[in-house]
Design a protein around this ligand. Structure first.
Ligand code: ADP
Length: 270
């Protein structure tokens, strides 16, 4: 379980101070897929970066599985971060390394033996559907394939949590769907909790069980998908509805809540 407790963060630039996060409280249950949605500049990236302390909050606590991350020193944090995978909008692959070598990187940094690395990377290539691309270089891959490599790399150390920072924002709609399907598959097959940030309601409605809406650094509302979109009096939700981004069938969330926890989780057509 991840508890984000009373998190605040102010950035200082020259003489100006800017409060990017203002007393955020959010609990994420194990095995959940939680989406944090908000407009550009709302504080989403800052929030997700505070979860593994890439960004240190000024106030508040990040408690993961009972451990207060804000109290850990840098060595302890480095060790904890191995169990938290992270994927980004622009994949962040190393162009000089093959697909295999990119995925192997966290294992190499962990001083794993050659045979263990070979076995693990082959297993991950299978999970992300890139068995035939092991020896290719990133420049020859499509955006979706690059993100698959990044996902495989994020899974190398068997994380319990995957943080996704606008992971599909650089992809076309069809590729976005296939990457979201992969994330859903990983969540259900490997039991990995997923926290993702996005400015797109499409993303949230495809994969998330729970949603938190943030605006101007504050948590506006949180709940299940249907709870969020039925909150039509909320001015931020209103804005999303107006932009046409929030058009979720009420049935969808009921379906999501009823889905079995084992086996492959099919994507729901909406
Ligand atoms: P989002 O991910 O929702 O687009 P961000 O968390 O990236 O929003 O940024 C929230 C606000 O904090 C923005 O106004 C941004 O300019 C500011 N901000 C983010 N990181 C920094 C930083 N390192 N220094 C100064 N301001 C920052």
């Amino acid at each position: 379980m991840i508890e984000i407790k009373n998190i605040s963060k102010t950035f200082h630039q020259k003489e100006k101070a800017f409060k990017a996060l203002d007393n955020i409280n959010l609990t994420i249950e194990k095995g959940d897929i939680v989406g944090i949605i908000g407009f550009s500049g709302a504080g989403k990236s800052t929030l997700i970066r505070t979860v593994n302390l890439l960004e240190r909050p000024d106030e508040g606590q990040i408690i993961i599985n009972g451990k207060d991350f804000t109290k850990l020193n840098s060595k302890q944090l480095a060790s904890e971060r191995k169990k938290i995978g992270m994927i980004f909008q622009h994949f962040n692959l190393l162009s000089s390394r093959t697909v295999f070598e990119n995925i192997a990187l966290p294992l190499e940094l962990d001083n794993s033996g050659k045979e263990k690395i070979r076995k693990k990377v082959n297993e991950l290539l299978k999970i992300v559907g890139l068995e035939d691309k092991a020896n290719d270089y990133p420049k020859s891959l499509s955006g979706g394939q690059k993100q698959r490599v990044a996902i495989a790399r994020a899974l190398a150390n068997d994380p319990y949590l995957l943080l996704c920072d606008e992971a599909t924002s650089a992809l076309d709609p069809a590729t976005t769907q296939s990457i979201l399907e992969l994330l859903r598959d990983i969540n259900y097959r490997l039991g990995i909790t997923i926290l993702l940030i996005t400015h797109e309601m499409e993303v949230v409605k495809t994969v998330c069980n729970h949603v938190a809406v943030i605006d101007k650094g504050q948590l506006v509302t949180k709940g299940t998908l249907s709870e969020i979109i039925s909150d039509k009096e909320n001015p931020i939700i209103k804005q999303f509805l107006k932009s046409g981004a929030m058009t979720i069938p009420q049935e969808l969330n009921k379906k999501l809540e009823k889905e079995p926890k084992d086996g492959l989780f099919p994507l729901i057509e909406v």
